[in-house]
Design a protein around this ligand. Structure first.
Ligand SMILES: *Cc1c(COP(=O)(O)O)cnc(C)c1O
Length: 353
């Protein structure tokens, strides 16, 4: 018997998302309802010719366009194979077995997996009304806490707290606690992004973003973050060298340079989302106010939610059930086309009447 380490042995088996049958609308994983910028597709085509060569291991061109667009220093940016790689590396750099990570009860589940990979304790605090409570996060901090993980806007709730609340969280946390702000949906709630990115200047806060959602490049696997210099130096030691392909880097760079296209996608997605949420509420469902590209539909009880899920799957609509988040009475649906929304509402009408 060859033993893996005790920490790895204690982890649950790697779980794949339910594979979506061919031809059905992708509405379970919060991918964009729109294609990426045409400029990104063209850049990817051109970059195919460089496939025989290793990519730029320092991501110089992509870091420069991100830095220009966001008013941060290029050296403060790290690029990951998705922001998932950056969450994992950041946690590994700062968590020892027995340390705790404080997060809201509905925080992004992959972060809890990353904490478990370090042998750390996931200390979840209540999110009243499906919304992160800064007071609850602060109350959850103990002498063992090394990281507070804040997903804002949140997944799977969709809700956002104002920038002022994020700043209040940071200024009331102990100096030796790292705050990781996961902004995978940040472009959908960008009003005060400057104040959020400036938190990295304090030396104790990391802000993560991704090309997977608003830029429509989930398959390219590119995430990025703004890190204080000392923290960037530590986390970078744990990233795989040449972690992102040259094709993906070229696509991300062109997508970042085409802010007009991304803003249009975000606006159109938000309009469809709000219309969908209103229709779901008219059916009597609770839908927390979403600042993302998806909605959480909360049913009266778990039985109704699972009956709805069965009927929706029969209709070719594969939503994400939320039992894993302690929400067996809820389903999460990514914003898609009007025809998909119509089919969803019709199916739910039949289930609920
Ligand atoms: C989608 C998502 C991510 C990251 O995705 P990548 O594709 O790895 O960049 C991170 N956090 C949250 C909350 C997400 O929903």
């Amino acid at each position: 018997m060859i033993n893996s380490t005790p920490i790895v042995k204690a982890l649950g088996a790697y779980a794949l998302a339910d594979p979506l049958p061919e031809g059905l609308p992708p509405i379970a994983q919060n991918e964009s309802a729109f294609p990426p910028s045409p400029a990104a597709l063209a850049a990817g085509q051109t970059a195919l010719a460089s496939a025989p060569l290793y990519p730029d291991p320092d991501w110089s061109d992509l870091r420069r366009v991100i830095a220009d667009e966001h008013g941060v220093a290029p050296q403060s940016i790290l690029i990951g194979a998705g922001s998932m790689e950056l969450i994992a590396a950041t946690f590994r750099a700062y968590l020892t077995p027995g340390a705790s990570v404080v997060a809201g009860q509905y925080a992004y589940a992959y972060a809890a997996t990353c904490a478990a990979q370090c042998g750390a304790r996931w200390a979840a605090v209540e999110e009243p009304g499906f919304t992160v409570s800064v007071n609850a996060l602060l109350a959850g901090v103990t002498s063992d806490t090394r990281i507070v993980f804040l997903c804002n806007p949140g997944n799977p709730t969709g809700t956002a707290i104002p920038a002022a609340e994020v700043l209040r969280l940071r200024s009331n946390l102990p100096d030796d606690v790292l705050l990781v702000v996961d902004q995978a949906y940040g472009e959908f709630a960008d009003a005060q992004r400057g104040a959020i990115f400036a938190l990295a200047d304090r030396g104790d806060t990391v802000i993560l973003r991704t090309f997977s959602k608003s830029y429509g490049l989930a398959g390219a696997r590119v995430g990025w973050g703004v890190f204080p210099p000392d923290i960037a130096a530590q986390v970078r030691k744990l990233l795989t060298g040449s972690n992102v392909s040259g094709i993906s880097l070229a696509m991300a760079q062109a997508a970042m340079a085409d802010q007009g296209y991304m803003r249009d996608v975000v606006d159109r997605t938000a309009a469809r989302r709000d219309a969908l949420a209103a229709r779901l509420r008219a059916l009597g469902l609770e839908v927390p106010t979403s600042a993302t590209n998806f909605v959480l539909a909360v049913f009266g009880d778990a039985d109704t939610a699972s009956a709805a899920n069965v009927a929706l799957r029969d209709a070719g609509l594969w939503l994400r059930p939320m039992g894993g988040y302690g929400l067996p009475n809820a389903l999460r649906m990514t914003v898609h086309e009007d025809a998909t929304h119509d089919r969803l509402i019709e199916t739910l009408q039949q289930v609920l009447t």
